[in-house]
Ligand binder design. Structure first.
Ligand code: LLP
Length: 434
C-alpha cells in the first residue's frame, strides 16, 4: 500500500513511520514537520557499501550526495556508515566539516565554484575537487601554487548519454552546463591541459547522467564510454587515470506508478561493463565512486501537514489547504512531481476523496499535489506526503517569510529532533534597521 517499508498503520488507523504514530509526532513537534526514518537510510547506505565489496572487491566508495538533504545529523549518519560525501557548495562543505566528516572522503562539485569555495577546499584539504571547466582549473592551480602545494582533482565529463528523465535534471548530454564534452574533443584537450599545470593532480574522471532514472542501460553506456575514454587518455598521453566516478541518479518510488529496480541490479550490470571494458583495453579496473543522493534519503522521509480550510468548487475541484507548501516542497511547482498523499489520521480508510492539496503561500502555483485521492480530508486532519526525504528540506525557502519546518529522525518507535523549526526571530536575524 505504501511506498516505503518504514511506513505502517497502527490500531488507531494512524499512519506510522519507524514505529512512531505520525499524528502523535504532529502533536508533539507541530506541523509542517519533516520526518525521516533512520533504519531506511542506514540500510540503503549498507547496500551501497556492500555492493562495492561484492562487485569491485572493496575498491570503491559510495559518496552520499548531500545536496539531497544536508544537515549535520544526516552527514554524521553517512559517516557512521562508512560513506564518503559529495558536496556542491561552501555551505554543504561547511556543514560536513562542522559534522566532523573526514575531509579526505569529501569530493567538491559545482560548475561555478567561487574563489572562496576553492580556498575552503584547499584549507580543509578535502579528497578531490571535481573540476568543471578550464577557468576553474586555472584558478585552482594558481590558488594551490600560492600555497605551495598540489591538489588532487577529478574532471567532470559529459559522456553524451541521454537519460530519460525530466529536462531540468538531465545532465549527461552535450547541451548541459556541467563539465567537459567528450564528443567534441573538449574533454581530451582539457585532460591534456591538466598535465601542464604543476599544482593539480588528475586522478579521477567523473560523470553523472541525471537523476530519478529507472533504466539500467544509460548507466551501463556511461560506464562504457568513460572506460573507453580512460583507455584513449592512456594511449594518447601514457597517463593512467586510476579512479572513476559514475555519479548518482538512481530512481525512487514516489507513487505506485514508479517501479525502481533494486540498486544492486545497477551495480551488478555496471560492474560487469566496467570489468569487460578493462579487459578489452587491457587496463586495470579503476577505483569506483558512486554518488547516490535521492535513493539514500528520498523514501525514508515524509512531510506532515495540518489541514486548514476545505474549498469545494462545484464542477471544478476541491482544494484542501495545508500549513506548508512550496516553501518546504517546491517540487510540484517546479517539476510537476507526483507524490502519494495519505490522510495520516485515517490511513486504514479507502482513499475516496479527490482533492488538490494547496500550500499557504500567496501564489496560485503553490500546490503540493493536484487531484489526488485521500481518505476524506477534513479540517484538523494530518496529511502525510510520502517520499519527501530528498530535495525537499534542501530546496526549502522562506518565501512569504514562512519559517522552515523542523525535522525529526525516528527509529524503533522513538523520535528526536535533528533540525529545529525556524522561528520568526530567525527570519529577521539578518535584517538591519533603516
Ligand atoms: N552527483 C552529481 C554530480 C549530481 O549532480 C547529483 C544530483 C547527484 C550526484 C545525486 O543524484 P541523485 O542520486 O540524487 O539522483 N532537485 C532535483 C534533483 C537535482 C539533482 C542534482 N544533481 C529534484 O528535486 O528532483
Amino acid at each position: 500500500m505504501f511506498v516505503s517499508e518504514c511506513l505502517n498503520v497502527n490500531e488507531k488507523g494512524h499512519l506510522t513511520i519507524g514505529g512512531c504514530d505520525t499524528v502523535e509526532l504532529a502533536k508533539e513537534y507541530g506541523t509542517p514537520l519533516y520526518v525521516i526514518d533512520e533504519d531506511t537510510v542506514r540500510n540503503t547506505c549498507r547496500s551501497y557499501v556492500n555492493s562495492m565489496k561484492k562487485y569491485y572487491n572493496g575498491n570503491g566508495l559510495p559518496l552520499y550526495a548531500s545536496k539531497a538533504l544536508s544537515c549535520k545529523a544526516l552527514v554524521q549518519l553517512a559517516m557512521s556508515e562508512n560513506m564518503g560525501l559529495d558536496v556542491v557548495s561552501g555551505g554543504e562543505l561547511y556543514t560536513a566539516m562542522q559534522a566532523g566528516f573526514p575531509a579526505e572522503k569529501i569530493q567538491f562539485h559545482g560548475n561555478n565554484k567561487t574563489d572562496e569555495e576553492l580556498e575552503m577546499a584547499l584549507e580543509y584539504n578535502i579528497g578531490r575537487v571535481v573540476v568543471d571547466n578550464l577557468y576553474e582549473l586555472e584558478r585552482l592551480n594558481s590558488l594551490a601554487e600560492e600555497r605551495n602545494r598540489t591538489v588532487k582533482i577529478a574532471m567532470r565529463i559529459k559522456p553524451g548519454i541521454d537519460a530519460h528523465t525530466h529536462d531540468f535534471i538531465r545532465t549527461g548530454q552535450i547541451d548541459s552546463k556541467f563539465g567537459f564534452a567528450l564528443e567534441t574533443g573538449e574533454a581530451m584537450e582539457a585532460v591534456k591541459k591538466t598535465f601542464e599545470f604543476k599544482n593539480v593532480e588528475l586522478t579521477e574522471l567523473h560523470c553523472h547522467i541525471g537523476s530519478q532514472i529507472f533504466d539500467i542501460d544509460p548507466f551501463v553506456s556511461a560506464a562504457e564510454v568513460m572506460m573507453d575514454f580512460i583507455s584513449d587518455i592512456k594511449k594518447q598521453t601514457g597517463h593512467l587515470i586510476s579512479e572513476l566516478n559514475l555519479g548518482g541518479g538512481f530512481g525512487i518510488m514516489y507513487t505506485s506508478a514508479d517501479n525502481p529496480t533494486a540498486y544492486d541490479n545497477y551495480m551488478n550490470a555496471v560492474s560487469k561493463a566496467v570489468t569487460a571494458k578493462a579487459e578489452e583495453h587491457n587496463i586495470p579496473v579503476p577505483f569506483i565512486y558512486i554518488e547516490p543522493g535521492r535513493s539514500l534519503v528520498g523514501e525514508a522521509g515524509i512531510t506532515l501537514y495540518t489541514v486548514g480550510g476545505r474549498k469545494e468548487i462545484p464542477n471544478v475541484r476541491t482544494y484542501v489547504s495545508v500549513d506548508g507548501g512550496m516553501t518546504d516542497n517546491i517540487r510540484y511547482a517546479l517539476y510537476g512531481s507526483a507524490y502519494t498523499v495519505v490522510n495520516a489520521c485515517k490511513a486504514d480508510k479507502e482513499p475516496d476523496d479527490k482533492v488538490t492539496v494547496a500550500g499557504k503561500c500567496c501564489e496560485s502555483g503553490d500546490l503540493v499535489q493536484k487531484d489526488t485521492m485521500v481518505a476524506k480530508a477534513e479540517t484538523g486532519d494530518i496529511l502525510a506526503v510520502l517520499s519527501t526525504g530528498a530535495y525537499n528540506y534542501s530546496m526549502a525557502s522562506n518565501y512569504n517569510r514562512n519559517p522552515r519546518p523542523a525535522m525529526v529522525m525516528v527509529k524503533d518507535g522513538k523520535s528526536r529532533l535533528i533540525i529545529k523549526r525556524e522561528t520568526y526571530q530567525d527570519i529577521v536575524m539578518n535584517d538591519l534597521d533603516l
